[in-house]
Design a protein around this ligand. Structure first.
Ligand code: ACO
Length: 328
């Protein structure tokens, strides 16, 4: 049976830093409130010339460089995003064109904040089944374009960025690789976090006034409670499937939605927060980009070492959630 292995990681964030102080000049909030309720200090916001494919491309190039591979080595590209450049074609096709590899397959996956877990599972399955050998899996978002900058309950949360992994077929001499990945969704809760306008149900043109309907609506505290419960259940599901205990995990790389969600998860699972890779303070919630961005950070600063067991876990709009184990 083939296995897949992460050959390289990469990330990219826009240069423009927006602090809590900056936001408190636009809406009634404060640095203290945002830090205490979310753990966020600042986030990166794309400039007017930057869109999701620009961030995805840079993260993908960095992952390829770290894997010592070139675009020509890829069989395909999967981009997890809920904020594509265009309604269609996919952001993956735009990235593929700029990497200069026509003919490779390219498609987007939309599972919002859980998107990277969904993309990873698809890529892993394609490699396991022998359909392909080397894939670029990217999580990329420009959430800031879908934020209502007058809504203080959501505009403080989100940031822009991209993270990527190159996933390859594991050689017989290589240890490690992607293990169990479980995915879940419950569409009955579609309206917990959603963007009402801009789709076929409510196209942009029919909205009056235009624009505002294309921004994020979120039931924050309901989302919070469901996130904690679902994350815990899916982490336990993966541990059971792998036959390991929480003490055998070296790192948890979670979706970065709110530090209090991570604190609650840490307590419920009995895993110290110090073993969580946390960068929400600097990037906010970057949706599908958050796991590969945090993973890349911990790989580059050498917290993650060969032989480590890494647990990835995400919850997002849909609602969707999932967890996975990576043997480094
Ligand atoms: N500054 C000051 N006060 C604020 C702010 C703000 N930025 N935002 C809300 N408040 C106020 C509210 O108006 C409310 O005031 P009231 O009591 O007078 O009515 C009070 O603070 C408490 O509001 P809550 O919404 O109950 O605050 P909570 O502690 O739940 O924090 C938050 C809100 C940060 C949004 C939290 O609920 C959260 O993080 N939820 C989860 C988000 C998440 O996980 N999303 C996941 C995926 S995202 C995706 O998939 C795209």
């Amino acid at each position: 049976m083939n296995r897949s292995i992460i050959l390289g990681t990469g990330s990219f964030a826009p240069a423009n830093v927006v602090t809590n102080e900056d936001i408190s000049r636009k809406v009634e909030t404060s640095d203290l409130w945002i830090r205490e309720r979310t753990g966020i200090r600042e986030r990166r916001i794309a400039s007017s010339g930057e869109s999701t494919s620009d961030l995805a491309l840079e993260a993908g190039r960095n992952a390829l460089r770290n894997a010592a591979l070139s675009p020509a080595d890829l069989d395909g590209i999967i981009v997890a995003t809920a904020t594509p450049d265009l309604t269609f074609p996919s952001t993956a096709c735009l990235v593929q064109a700029r990497l200069g590899i026509p003919g490779t397959f390219a498609f987007d996956v939309n599972a919002v904040c859980s998107g990277f877990m969904y993309a990873l599972k698809i890529a892993d399955s394609m490699i396991r089944s022998g359909q392909c050998e080397t894939l670029l899996v990217i999580g990329a978002e420009v959430m800031s374009r879908f934020v209502d900058w007058s809504d203080r309950s959501t505009c403080i949360l989100f940031g822009d960025g991209a993270g990527a992994v190159v996933l390859g077929k594991s050689g017989s001499s290589q240890t490690g690789g992607v293990g169990t990945v479980t995915l879940h969704a419950d569409g009955r809760y579609w309206d917990l976090i959603h963007v009402p306008g801009g789709g076929s149900r409510s196209p942009v043109e029919t909205e009056k006034p235009p624009g505002n309907a294309c921004t994020i609506r979120m039931k924050g505290s309901e989302t919070f409670r469901m996130a904690v419960r679902s994350l815990e259940e899916s982490v336990r599901e993966v541990l059971k499937e792998e036959g390991i205990g929480v003490n055998e995990l070296d790192w948890v790389v979670p979706h970065q939605a709110n530090i209090r969600i991570l604190e609650a998860l840490s307590e419920r699972l009995g895993i110290p927060l110090g073993r969580f890779v946390v960068n929400i303070d600097r990037y906010g919630n970057t949706s599908a980009a958050s796991i590969p961005m945090a993973l890349d950070e911990a790989v580059q600063d050498k917290r993650i070492q060969p032989g480590h067991r890494i647990l990835l876990t995400a919850f997002g709009s849909g609602v969707t959630w999932g967890s996975g184990l990576v043997h480094w």
